[in-house]
Design a protein. Structure first.
Length: 457
C-alpha cells in the first residue's frame, strides 16, 4: 500500500514500464557508438562555427574543440561534429560512464520528483538517503551537501576557522589545488590562478611527499612545519591535505608521511581537512583517506566530482554555530539520484578492494604505460599516480610539447588532460563505470602512435 502520492507514482507500473522503455531506447542508440571515428564532413563547418560563437560568448577559448552531442557509450563519447572519441579524462574526473544505464535510470527517478533543484531549506527524501549513505561510508557523523568542490572546501574552511578562532592561518602543501573561489585561489599553489586577486587569507606551505626520498621527505616536511609552528604559534586553524595531488600531476602521499604530520597537527590543535574532491571513488576504498588508513586523524573531508555532487563531512567537534553554513542550492535532483546510484554501484558492483575493478583497470592501463615508458625512456616517464588517478611525463615534462601531445591525442580520438608544471604531465581520469580493458588496449596503441608522430615533428 502506498501512503504517499510520491510512492504511488514511483511504484506505478506505468512509470516503471515507461522508464524501462526509455532505458531500452537509450541503450539501443548508445550501442551504435562502438568505436572512435573522425568528424562527419557535413557537420564540420557548423560545428566549427558553433564553437567559435561559444568561445565568443564565454569570452575565452575552450581548451579542446569539444561539444558533446549528448550521447555516448561507456568510455566513448559522441561529439556534435559526429566524431567519436575515447574519454580518458571524464570531465576532469566526473563521468562514471557515458550513457550509463544506472545514471539514466537515476535521472528518470529525479525527473518525476516535484523539484528539479533541492536546497538547504527544503530537501526531499533523496537528499536524506544520500546524506545517510555518505555519513555511513565515511564513518563521520555529519555531512552537508553542496554544489561544487570549491563550495565544499569553503564550508570546510569555515568550520575549521569557527572552531579554532581566533587562529586564522592555514597550512597547505606546495603544488596543492583546492578550487578557485577568492579564498581557495589563495590556497591553490599556483600564482596565475590568483593574479590580480586581493590577498584574503594567510597560507603557509610545506613540501609534499617526495617518493624518491621517503625518509628525507618526511623529515624535511616536519622540519618546515616546526619552523612555521614556532613562527606563528597558535595561529593555524587547519591544514589542507590531498591524499593524491591531482592537479600537481597525480602524486600520492604515503601513510607514514601523513600520520607523522597529522600527529603533529593534533598535538598543536590544528584541524585536518582532507580534500577528496578528486580522489573520491578512485582508489581501493570509497575515500582515499581510508586507503591510507587515516580514519582516526581526519576532522573534515570534502568530496565532489565522481560523486556528481559535493559535500563536506565532519566530526562532532566541528559542528557549526547557527548561521555559518547555508546555501540556496544543495544540488539538482538528478545529481542527488545520480550520486546515490554511483555510490551504490561503487560499493556493490565490485569496484573497491585490492582486487576490485578500480585496481584491475589501473593495473591493465599502467602495464601498457610502462611498456611505452620502457620503449621510449627519453620521452615517456612513468606511470605515476594511484588507483584511477594516473599520469605519465612525456617529453621530459616540457609544457608546450605535452600540450601539443594532448591536443594531438584529442585529434586522434583520445581525450586526456595535462597536470602539473615543471614537469607537465599527461593525465588520465578514466571513467570507472564505462571503460573496458579492450578500450584501454586500443587507447594505449594510440598513445604510442601519437607519441611517435609528435617525436617526428
Ligand atoms: C582536489 C580538488 N579540490 C577542489 C576542486 C574544486 O572543485 P570544483 O571545480 O567542483 O569547484 C578540485 C577541482 O578540480 C580538485 O581537484
Amino acid at each position: 500500500m502506498n501512503d504517499l502520492v510520491a510512492d504511488a507514482l514511483y511504484n506505478d507500473p506505468d512509470f516503471q514500464n515507461a522508464a524501462q522503455k526509455i532505458l531500452k531506447t537509450a541503450a539501443k542508440h548508445s550501442e551504435k557508438i562502438t568505436k572512435i571515428s573522425p568528424p562527419k564532413a557535413n557537420l564540420t563547418q557548423s560545428y566549427e562555427e558553433t564553437l567559435k560563437t561559444f568561445n565568443q560568448y564565454r569570452g575565452m577559448d575552450l581548451f579542446y574543440p569539444y561539444l558533446g552531442s549528448g550521447a555516448g557509450n561507456g568510455a566513448l563519447v559522441e561529439l556534435a561534429d559526429g566524431s567519436v572519441k575515447y574519454d580518458l579524462i571524464s570531465g576532469i574526473g566526473v563521468h562514471f560512464g557515458h550513457s550509463h544505464p544506472k545514471l539514466i535510470a537515476a535521472s528518470l527517478d529525479a525527473a518525476i520528483e516535484d523539484i528539479a533543484m533541492q536546497g538547504h531549506l527544503q530537501q526531499n527524501r533523496s537528499s536524506f538517503e544520500l546524506t545517510e549513505l555518505l555519513v555511513e561510508s565515511a564513518r563521520l557523523p555529519h555531512c552537508i551537501l553542496t554544489t561544487s568542490g570549491a563550495m565544499a572546501n569553503e564550508n570546510a574552511l569555515k568550520l575549521a576557522f569557527q572552531k579554532k578562532a581566533p587562529a586564522h592561518r592555514i597550512l597547505a602543501f606546495e603544488k596543492c589545488f583546492m578550487g578557485r573561489t577568492l579564498a581557495l585561489a589563495q590556497i591553490t599553489d599556483k600564482a596565475a590562478f590568483r593574479e590580480g586577486l586581493p590577498h584574503l587569507i594567510h597560507v603557509d606551505y610545506v613540501p609534499f611527499y617526495e617518493w624518491r626520498d621517503p625518509a628525507g621527505s618526511t623529515k624535511r616536511t616536519l622540519a618546515a612545519l616546526d619552523t612555521l609552528l614556532s613562527r606563528h604559534p597558535g595561529k593555524y586553524a587547519c591544514m589542507c591535505f590531498e591524499m593524491i595531488q591531482g592537479e600537481a600531476g597525480c602524486n600520492p602521499g604515503k601513510k607514514e608521511f601523513f600520520i607523522e604530520i597529522m600527529r603533529k597537527l593534533k598535538e598543536n590543535g590544528i584541524a585536518v581537512i582532507v580534500d577528496e574532491v578528486q580522489t573520491f571513488g578512485r582508489t581501493e576504498n570509497l575515500f582515499a583517506f581510508q586507503s591510507f588508513g587515516l580514519q582516526e586523524y581526519v576532522d573534515i573531508v570534502t568530496v565532489g566530482k565522481l560523486l556528481h555532487l559535493c559535500a563536506t563531512l565532519y566530526t562532532e567537534e566541528f559542528r557549526p554555530k547557527p548561521g555559518l553554513i547555508a546555501q540556496t542550492y544543495t544540488a539538482a535532483s538528478a545529481s542527488i539520484h545520480g550520486a546515490k546510484a554511483i555510490v551504490d554501484s561503487l560499493l556493490n558492483d565490485g569496484y573497491l578492494g585490492p582486487l576490485g575493478k578500480n585496481m584491475q583497470l589501473r593495473k591493465h592501463f599502467v602495464d601498457h604505460l610502462q611498456k611505452i615508458a620502457d620503449k621510449y625512456p627519453d620521452n615517456f616517464e612513468g606511470p605515476f599516480g594511484m588507483g584511477l588517478m594516473i599520469a605519465a611525463t612525456p617529453f621530459k615534462g616540457e609544457r608546450e610539447k605535452v600540450l601539443a601531445y594532448a591536443k594531438a591525442l584529442f585529434k586522434a580520438g583520445v581525450i586526456t588532460f595535462i597536470a602539473g608544471t615543471n614537469p607537465t604531465r599527461i593525465r588520465f581520469l578514466i571513467p570507472p563505470g564505462g571503460i573496458t580493458t579492450e578500450a584501454l588496449d586500443e587507447v594505449s596503441t594510440i598513445l604510442e602512435e601519437v607519441l611517435v608522430a609528435c617525436l617526428k615533428k
